[in-house]
Design a protein around this ligand. Structure first.
Ligand SMILES: N[C@@H](CCC(=O)N[C@@H](CS)C(=O)NCC(=O)O)C(=O)O
Length: 237
């Protein structure tokens, strides 16, 4: 069996009583949390490029964070962050690009200029898209998320040479999927609403992304997603 097909054993999350792994010893480390959608972006990137051996996962328990993480590793005290070449850098969208540009493996940014440009536009919009989704949870969630999903349906129609935003799987899919995954689960479970109903391209996109092992391995258990959302974003439910 090829190495890539073997299921990776994930290291346990480090807590306030865990010792700090050595810093700047030449190992590349992705500080992450298994349920964080931002960190998931970089985790998918690492897996897709086949960097499981090159980039070590260091999971942090965000509810019981080790003090050394803020003090010695990443003063912003958030995940993800990447320790590489004697420095630690953060911000998930920057990290997708950084890992893509600085490591081997299939490229995540297409060379076609039209795709490149559309990709940049979509990624520049992802933060406001996700903000809109989260704020919709405070009102009529189905109605207020619908224009977001309609615009994704529309964007998915731009290139017809594949089911992904730029035709082939790219950094754009990675930027969006952790959040769309969560809202699909929550809207289905809590609001009994299927976000792919009447949106065939969105449905096909989600199905195809789920066939990608590099992504599938990073998914959070839907039950955990629902619990997390109920606690944090839907206290009224
Ligand atoms: N803009 C950052 C956001 C990262 C972020 O907010 N991560 C959350 C976990 S999902 C975190 O570390 N929160 C801890 C905190 O804010 O103290 C990125 O894209 O990487």
């Amino acid at each position: 069996m090829a190495t890539a097909a073997l299921k990776e054993i994930l290291p346990p999350s480090l807590t306030s009583v865990s010792e700090q792994p050595p810093l700047f010893d030449g190992t590349t480390r992705l500080y992450t949390s298994y349920t964080c959608p931002f960190a998931q972006r970089v985790w998918i990137t690492r897996n897709y490029k086949g960097l499981q051996e090159k980039i070590k996962l260091v999971a942090i328990d965000l509810g019981d964070r080790p003090a050394w993480y803020k003090e010695k590793v990443y003063p912003e005290n958030k995940v993800p962050s990447l320790e590489h070449n004697g420095k630690v850098i953060g911000e998930s969208l920057d990290l997708i690009k950084y890992v893509d540009a600085n490591f081997e493996g299939p490229s995540l940014v297409p060379s076609d200029p039209a795709k490149k440009e559309f990709g940049k536009k979509l990624v520049s919009e992802v933060d406001s898209v996700t903000r809109e989704l989260y704020s919709a949870l405070k009102g009529d969630a189905i109605q207020q998320t619908s224009s977001v999903f309609d615009s994704l349906e529309n964007a998915l129609g731009k290139f017809d040479d594949g089911p992904f935003f730029l035709g082939q799987f790219s950094w754009v899919d990675i930027a969006y999927i952790p959040f769309i995954e969560r809202f699909q689960v929550v809207l289905a479970d809590v609001f009994k609403h299927d976000i792919t109903e009447g949106r065939p391209k969105l449905r096909a996109w989600i199905e195809e992304v789920n066939k990608i092992d590099a992504y599938a391995r990073t998914r959070t258990d839907p039950k955990e997603i629902v619990e997390l959302f109920k606690k944090r974003f839907l206290p009224q439910q």
